[in-house]
Design a protein around this ligand. Structure first.
Ligand code: PLP
Ligand code: COI
Length: 378
């Protein structure tokens, strides 16, 4: 009996290794079905809003029978799903946000794309979604970008926003993980996420996330849960909510679509990431750039009361959000318990300096001393 168990274990292990090997050594062949006529002439590239126009093609890859199938590039078009698809009922869905830039030599550039590739799988794992094979991600993305290269805007402050996402396509009302998924990469020539400075409301009643939850994942549901409190904040004249910890509501966490930086005196402070906070790629890049520029950076918890004290003493010099879509978005002021606290307008603020440095790297206008720029090879 013992021998038999050992044998079956060995067989299962072999099968698993074989399966894993198969996943990692596949050199994929991406099939491409091009549009018969491009829609590009319909788009006003001089006046782009965020995420409203969509490039000609998208990449689609299905997961079925326990395997990710061959990725395909097809025209950007509607997809057909059964009303019983689990995405509609149980929200099994994660996504990423990235940008492609084109420099003056017409090269396609990405910013730390392997971080997104890793993070989508961290998010997927938490949502019981099968991880997307590493080698598929970059090859799929690069093939799509080369095909839709003309859709990458070059006007200042704009870029091609890239949205990779995965969702459950298996059918059934049973509350259990789906057995089928779709991975899609869609792209959108986009301008700024926020126009101008952002006014934020520090939230004390609602929570975005909790310990042990899915706050660190880029799960669609995290955003759905924010919409109602953000709508209430908007009615009061604020554009974003700053979330506080769900336990005490005393500590600053992050904003709806950005990590938060606070400048008290000349020290730049950002909260540590956790189960509840997205480990932002812009955030960690800003920390590195700021430290390299000799700015004192502290990664520590910040109480709302510390923010208010600093504001009252005139020591709160800046706050800004950092994220792929938002880049670096200066905060004009914040509301808390019915009072508004304004932030001063500084010449040569940290936000301005750091935004310049990070975008210079992204758009290939400066040396890339940290090795973050990724050139898509033709
Ligand atoms: N926090 C949240 C909730 C976000 O949605 C985002 C955007 O992606 C960020 C932070 C910033 O992350 P990143 O810089 O990786 O885009
Ligand atoms: C991004 O910054 O890329 C995001 O995913 C945020 C999103 C809410 C636009």
């Amino acid at each position: 009996m013992k021998g038999l168990n050992k044998l079956s274990f060995k067989f299962r292990t072999f099968a698993l290794i074989k399966k894993r090997k198969k996943m990692s050594i596949i050199t994929q062949n991406i099939s491409i079905q091009k549009v018969s006529k491009s829609r590009i002439s319909e788009v006003n590239f001089k006046n782009l809003s965020f995420g409203q126009e969509f490039s000609d093609h998208m990449l689609v890859c299905d997961y079925k029978n326990g395997v990710w199938q061959q990725p395909q590039i097809v025209p950007f078009e509607n997809i057909s799903l059964s009303p019983a698809s689990k995405i509609f009922h149980y929200g099994q869905s994660v996504f990423e946000g990235m940008k492609a830039y084109k420099d003056k030599n017409d090269e396609i550039l990405l910013f730390r794309p392997l971080e997104n590739q890793k993070r989508i799988n961290i998010s997927s794992k938490r949502l019981a979604i099968p991880e997307f094979p590493e080698n598929y991600f970059m090859e799929s993305l690069e093939t799509l970008l080369k095909l839709d290269k003309d859709w990458i805007p070059t006007t200042d402050g704009s870029s091609l926003y890239i949205r990779p996402f995965v969702f459950a396509t298996g059918n059934g009302f049973h509350a259990s993980p789906s057995d089928a998924y779709k991975f899609i990469i869609a792209t959108s020539p986009s301008g700024a996420y926020f126009s101008g400075k952002v006014k934020v409301l520090i939230e004390e009643k609602y929570s975005r996330s909790a310990n042990g939850g899915v706050g660190f994942a880029k799960a669609g549901g995290n955003y759905a849960g924010q919409f109602y409190p953000t709508q209430l904040a908007k009615e009061k004249g604020y554009q974003q909510v700053i979330w506080t910890d769900d336990n005490t509501h005393e500590y600053i966490e992050e904003a709806g679509a950005m990590n938060i930086f606070i400048r008290i005196g000349d020290t730049l402070i950002t909260t540590p990431t956790s189960d509840r906070i997205l480990d932002g790629i812009t955030r960690k890049s800003i920390i590195t750039i700021a430290e390299d520029a000799g700015i004192k950076v502290e990664i520590r918890k910040v109480k709302v009361s510390e923010l208010i004290d600093a504001s009252k003493k005139g020591e709160l010099k800046e706050m800004f959000g950092a994220g792929t879509a938002a880049v670096i978005s200066p905060i004009a002021g914040f509301g808390f318990r019915g009072e508004d606290y304004e932030l001063p307008t500084l010449e040569n603020s940290y936000a301005t300096q750091l935004k310049k440095q990070i975008t210079n790297i992204q758009y290939n206008r400066a040396e890339d001393k940290f090795g973050w720029r990724y050139k898509v090879k033709e």
